[in-house]
Ligand binder design. Structure first.
Ligand code: ABN
Length: 176
């Protein structure tokens, strides 16, 4: 091969190699990982973390509790436990709807000693959950003429389907 062509090919090789290396540095896997890592670390360090209190929702009742009615959030419940009827402590079982109105109690969380407002909503539109435990706790309950402080009624009264099924205990927030 003539020397001039050989020299041109070598130069061409060098240029191509330099381009490939530069491209690998910019678009390669390591570069991608390094950039992504930097962005994620920056986001974690820079984003403000909104304050919220996990304590009230921390301890879900164990299913094998010896006294399910003794769980702190149920301190003023009057009804069948939804968590034993296909729902959870704060969600109605499938096929039932949360009552539009409710009675609100105040219960102390033993984990932090603070009081929390608990909304006791009835779940409506299914037959009464006779297979579930019925709890009748009355902390803070007042006579029936104080509607919002009375738990011994069917809170499905404002729903289209007024059939009572069970009751959920929803933490609304810390009590003042
Ligand atoms: N809040 C539960 C309930 C429903 C019907 C009657 C009494 C209590």
């Amino acid at each position: 091969m003539p020397r001039i062509i050989d020299s041109l090919l070598k130069r061409f090789d060098k240029v191509v190699e330099a381009n490939v290396r530069s491209s690998a540095r910019t678009y390669g896997r390591r570069s991608f990982l390094a950039t992504t890592g930097t962005v994620l670390a920056g986001a974690a360090a820079g984003l403000p973390v909104l304050p919220f209190d996990r304590r009230a929702n921390a301890a879900e009742p164990a299913e094998d509790m010896t006294d399910p009615c003794g769980y702190w959030r149920h301190c003023a419940i009057d009804g069948f436990l939804c968590e034993q009827s296909g729902g959870t402590i704060r969600t109605c079982p499938p096929g039932s709807t949360t009552s539009a109105v409710s009675w609100v109690g105040t219960c102390a969380n033993p984990d932090d000693g603070k009081n929390y407002l608990i909304s006791y909503n009835d779940c409506c539109g299914k037959p009464a959950a006779f297979g579930a435990t019925f709890c009748n706790n009355n902390k803070g309950e007042r006579p029936g003429y104080r509607m919002g402080l009375y738990n011994d009624i069917n809170w499905c009264m404002a729903n289209a389907d007024k059939g009572y099924h069970c009751t959920v205990s929803i933490v609304m927030g810390a009590a003042e």
